[in-house]
Design a protein around this ligand. Sequence first.
Ligand code: ACO
Ligand code: OAA
Length: 375
Amino acid sequence: MAKVLTGAGLRGQSAGETALCTVGKAAAGLTYRGYDIDVLADKASFEEVAYLLLYGKLPNVSELQAYQQQLIALRPLPDALKAVLELVPKDAHPMDVMRTGCSFLGNLEPELTLAEQQTAADRLVATLPAMVLYWYRFSHHGVRIDTHHPDIPSLAGHFLAMLHDEEPDPLHVQVMNASLILYAEHEFNASTFTARVCASTLSDMHSCITGGIGSLRGPLHGGANEAAMDMIEPWKTPDEAEAALLQKLTNKEKIMGFGHAIYSERDPRNDIIKKWSEKLSESVGDPYLYDVSERCEAVMWREKKLFCNADFFHASAYRFMRIPTKLFTPIFVCSRVTGWAAHVMEQRANNRIIRPSADYTGPDHAEWIKLEDRP
Ligand SMILES: CC(=O)SCCNC(=O)CCNC(=O)[C@H](O)C(C)(C)COP(=O)(O)OP(=O)(O)OC[C@H]1O[C@@H](n2cnc3c(N)ncnc32)[C@H](O)[C@@H]1OP(=O)(O)O
Ligand SMILES: O=C([O-])CC(=O)C(=O)O
């Protein structure tokens, strides 16, 4: 039988089944449980999408109200977790803070039985924003914030209120809501696959999500929104951006926020977040950042036929909402935890340990050499 070549990065290989999401149908589509991303980002709240992913259907009015109340009730952090967060230094990366916070919560509130998986997932959805912002405000501003805010129903508004210590601007809440929906789920991407591999060993929810956070952190995955901001921030005009970008391409550098492993024509999330970024840029009177971003998009398409992925215009959108760059990827976590947890549950429901094989490339046989005789 002919040998099947897997190629690097398992590209194009099916690694299992899912009923949660389709990515890249007709080269560019994205659906969550059959619902088109354009419709969800336009009409749904993030809480509705979280419920859709975690409970398998869109909630009705009373289910949504009950779910929102449940998430609000789950927001306060245990004192022991706050004490740990206060120990993490100011210059730590917030993704590392979230990794630690998630793992530590697993010590305080372990998921001991399968019956507890839904509660463990909801608790993480409710507390991950609180964890990162409790640490951020304590380490950067010396304040111990109240993370409960029962008066603010949405996770989008809650995040912004904890960050800025003010009533969130309704436009910003709308954009954050859309952003959280766009980032919620994406089939077998690297971080979700990490979570599923962990789940396949019958490990606990906190270990699966902690692993997901670690995989999302890298700049080839979720870390690209932060890396894209770091790249474009110094460019003050579109012409400056174009010259610098061309130089990077000549140097064969990877341009963060562009390209995708599955989409071949466009990332549908980009169209949505780009529109919001433009609207925000008008609302804040941005002198150049949106134009710089648009020029990058045009140059990358012209030179390399590479399109913006979900991360690129998230950078400017978040900047217009005064979100510090290092908190960009943590927002991705606050959203993607829904997708990760839904995948963990799906994996557990029909589990077989995930254990692919490797093509061996080492020596056929190695002769043992005594320690003292080795060169
Ligand atoms: C939410 C998310 O996680 S979306 C992804 C976020 N990540 C980034 O934005 C990081 C930048 N992008 C990349 O590194 C890649 O496009 C990835 C990781 C997203 C996908 O990687 P792959 O599937 O291996 O890319 P692909 O096979 O399509 O690459 C084809 C060619 O385009 C090049 N290419 C792909 N993306 C880029 C890029 N952003 N900048 C420059 N060149 C690129 C590759 O180097 C490769 O060139 P080669 O054939 O000369 O080696
Ligand atoms: O699907 C991927 O490989 C990366 C991605 O866009 C995501 O996880 O949102």
